[in-house]
Design a binder for this molecule. Structure first.
Ligand SMILES: Cc1ncc(COP(=O)(O)O)c(C=O)c1O
Length: 388
């Protein structure tokens, strides 16, 4: 299609005359499996239509470069690097921090980097991973970490060179004060700290601390545009200039050097400014309403006698199905009849989930909790129980 024609395409009036599939929330409205299940918006399409289309392997694309500087500035870091996914952001950052064995990475035993990234940490870095169970069941504390970190040079052990924290983790917040204690102690002991901040936006919106208060603490942070923010793809790593320069190298080595990245950089910028908001606390964006809905879901569940697995801090509700006498796949199966997509006992509210979806969820809870549904005996992992 000629360039002149492209500039005439608007999300409202597609040149083809066919229905524009970018309008409305579509299937996302009734999809509570994850906040990755959002649908990109007409304003993202508009930004994509206006974007620059130069080569990012050559660092030449203005939209991508502006996004990287903008996020670096908003997070109080020197530089940023756009990557294809949250997994790529974590893996590239972790690889960039490390040199060679013997070295180990310490993290919460439920961390995405160790449970859901295909074994990448050990494959790419040769590091031993020290997983730690937080004593409070919610987030790691400095005391948890001190108990497990290896600081000495006894040749039987594997020195801790990196701590990787996650915030939010399973929707739960690591408080700012605890993050600060951990980072200060780590730095005093020559240990780097990476933050998997795929959903840091949610912690910020809940009032736990501003974006820059959190991000400026860490040596590197990865942030996702395609979780609650609703972009079709893309994550970013922020860190020092030296760190990002080296990270660019590792990104290339795993095939993450992409060409006309302006296409997804443009949508990511809209997601950041519209869904999170332009203010440091995300109060002007669309996320606070999702937290209110998540609390409503938790009340709907406990009000029917259901038990929760975790407290609800942000946009995720973890239902304890077993303790509530509900089979692992029951909600998903009942939900199908109501036109809802559900997954195991985790309900995730994103900004396109409608009030109607929450009403239908109440009907699903009614059926599951009143015992009208023949509880399935299948105790295996719920269908598709990955944790996107
Ligand atoms: C905390 C966390 N970090 C990283 C990722 C990886 O993101 P992606 O699916 O874009 O690779 C996810 C995915 O949901 C996540 O929940």
């Amino acid at each position: 299609m000629a360039t002149a024609q492209l500039s005439t395409i608007s999300p409202q009036a597609p040149a083809s005359g066919r229905a524009n599939t970018w309008q409305g929330a579509g299937a996302a409205e009734f999809d509570l499996r994850s906040d990755t299940m959002t649908k990109p918006t007409p304003s993202m399409l508009d930004a994509i239509c206006q974007t620059t289309l130069l080569d990012d392997v050559f660092n030449e694309d203005p939209t991508t470069n502006e996004l990287q500087s903008y996020v670096a500035q908003r997070t109080k870091h020197e530089d940023g690097l756009l990557v294809l996914s949250g997994t790529m952001g974590n893996q590239v950052a972790i690889r960039t921090h490390l040199t060679q064995p013997p070295h180990s990475v310490l993290c919460d035993h439920r961390s995405h980097i160790i449970c859901y990234e295909a074994g990448g940490v050990s494959a790419w870095t040769g590091a031993t991973v020290q997983t730690v169970v937080p004593k409070n069941g919610i987030h790691l504390t400095l005391e948890d970490i001190q108990k497990h970190a290896v600081l000495d040079d006894n040749i039987h052990y594997c020195p801790t060179k990196l701590i990787s924290l996650e915030n939010t983790l399973d929707g739960m917040i690591m408080p700012l004060t605890e993050s600060r204690r951990i980072v200060e102690w780590a730095h005093a002991n020559d240990i780097k700290v990476h933050l998997d901040g795929a959903r840091l936006w949610e912690a910020v919106v809940s009032g736990a601390g501003s974006l820059e208060e959190y991000t400026s603490l860490f040596d590197s942070v990865s942030l996702c545009f395609s979780k609650g923010l609703g972009a079709p793809m893309g994550s970013i790593i922020v860190g020092s200039q030296v760190f990002i320069k080296k990270a660019r190298w590792f990104r290339k080595s795993i095939g993450g050097g992409a060409r006309q990245t302006g296409i997804y950089a443009a949508a990511a910028r809209v997601a950041l400014d519209e869904t999170f908001g332009k203010d440091p606390n995300g109060k002007t964006g669309l996320l606070p309403a999702t937290h209110a809905k998540a609390k409503q879901v938790a009340q709907m569940w406990t009000g029917r006698g259901g038990k929760l697995q975790y407290p609800v801090h942000t946009n995720m509700v973890w239902l304890n199905l077993e303790a509530s006498g509900v089979g692992p796949n029951d909600l998903a199966v009942i939900g199908q009849d109501k036109g809802l997509r559900l997954l195991g006992g985790r309900v995730v509210v994103h900004y396109q989930v409608s009030d109607e979806a929450i009403t239908r969820l109440g009907e699903v809870f009614d059926i599951a909790m009143k015992g009208d549904f023949q509880r399935s005996n299948d105790q295996s992992r719920p269908y598709g129980s990955s944790k996107p």
